[in-house]
Write a protein that binds this ligand. Structure first.
Ligand code: SF4
Length: 94
């Protein structure tokens, strides 16, 4: 998951813990683990397909806040469906 440097806790108004990130460019940062194979964000706890939890939910980057905003209501979007299929799960609502 990549996001703008302004989301980092080291920036005014930012909140993402720097220790959980890697710089990609001067203005772009990435959550550690998302380059791994298979990718897994360092902030993700639990078992995919079972119960998972973002351990920095209140401090997650902007793109995470924008991703599938209605998923908790059982309404996914195309990105959500792709991610679920990648892990052998049905898209939400199917
Ligand atoms: S929501 Fe949390 S666990 Fe998921 S990619 Fe973002 S920071 Fe990582």
């Amino acid at each position: 998951m990549d996001f703008h440097v302004s989301d980092l806790e080291s920036q005014p108004g930012g909140c993402v813990p720097v220790a959980l990130t890697l710089p990609v460019t001067a203005s772009l940062y990435r959550m550690r683990g998302t380059d791994d194979g298979p990718p897994r964000c360092i902030a993700l706890a639990g078992d995919i397909g079972g119960e998972v939890l973002c351990t920095i939910y209140d401090r997650r980057p902007g793109p995470c806040r924008d991703f599938a905003p209605y998923a908790a209501l059982g309404i996914g979007d195309e990105g959500c469906a792709r991610a679920r299929r990648r892990h052998g799960m049905q898209p939400l609502g199917e």
